[in-house]
Design a protein around this ligand. Structure first.
Ligand SMILES: [Zn+2]
Ligand SMILES: [Zn+2]
Length: 286
């Protein structure tokens, strides 16, 4: 059986990419023989292959919220898996509205999809996505228990953090969120907390570079995302065994390096720490 691990496939916060940047958000969770993709940002298909996952073996996909950097590649991933031999339904768990996206994606590719159905005799793509609306509480994924916590990511209301508990390990993925006290009991004692993070010192420079000339982007970032030192505090209080930062904002400003992320997080957290990079594998041990 595949060893329990998490692979950070894409670690950039936000949808835009530029020469040399990382890819937007997606993470692979493999525990107790289950393979789960959390979020499907641009690049997730390549990321899965690079992590050694055969696309035809996809089983479960969970989308934390409907910002494009978390699901822009969902349709293309399904379609590519289909052409790679996927012929079983995939559980697709996500917020209300995901069914509309799926219908729209299928409609946009109608020419190609119906051609391949006729011409190559492939199975029906539409029914491959078994969509379930995500909600607070918990659900079983094979032998794993997935718990869902509504986080704080205005103006989106349906935005969620996830916790996976298996026979030996537990992993928490924060999703996009401001720091919230509820994350502390939710992440209590986890082997790994993957938390989004923002470097406050880099926000001003970022807004100057890509902003729209007013304060909206800065206000959005500050009320909807989590400064690295506060993430460290959450991890310390939750007593997690390992903290990995992802969804890094900013992550393409040469003035801010890994050392800045480390020193900001170390103000409040002294445990195992990883600053996520695309393709980083985090084995779950012990
Ligand atoms: Zn995001
Ligand atoms: Zn978001």
């Amino acid at each position: 059986m595949q060893k329990d691990r998490v692979v950070l496939l894409g670690t950039k916060g936000g949808p835009a990419i530029r020469p040399g940047t990382r890819m937007p958000t997606s993470s692979l969770v493999q525990m107790d023989g289950q393979t789960i993709l959390v979020d499907a940002g641009l690049g997730c298909t390549r990321g899965l292959c690079d992590a050694g996952v055969a696309l035809k073996d996809l089983e479960t996909i969970v989308i934390t919220h409907l910002h494009s950097d978390h699901y822009l590649e969902l349709g293309p991933l399904f379609h590519t898996a289909w052409t790679a031999g996927l012929n079983h339904p995939v559980r697709l768990i996500g917020p209300k509205g995901l069914d509309q996206y799926w219908e729209g994606f299928l409609a946009s590719m109608e020419f190609d999809i119906s051609l391949r159905l006729r011409d190559e005799g492939r199975p029906d793509l539409k029914s491959m996505a078994q969509i379930e609306e995500i909600s607070e509480g918990s659900t079983d994924i094979g032998p794993l228990r997935m718990s869902v916590l509504r986080n704080e990511h205005p103006p989106i209301e349906d935005s969620f953090a996830l916790r996976f508990d298996g026979a030996q390990h537990s992993v928490v993925i924060s999703g996009d969120t401001a720091p919230i006290p509820e994350m502390i009991p939710f992440a209590k004692g986890a082997d790994l907390l993957v938390h989004e993070a923002m470097l406050s010192a880099g926000i001003e420079a970022l807004c100057k570079r890509v902003g729209n000339g007013d304060d909206r982007l800065r206000i959005h970032l500050e009320r909807s995302h989590a400064p690295a030192d506060q993430v460290g505090k959450i991890a310390a209080e939750a007593g997690v065994k390992h903290l990995a930062l992802n969804h890094l904002v900013p992550c393409d400003d040469p003035d801010f390096t890994e050392a800045d992320w480390i020193s900001e997080t170390r103000r409040t957290y002294s445990g195992n720490l990883s600053i996520g990079t695309d393709g980083m594998e985090i084995p779950l041990q012990g």
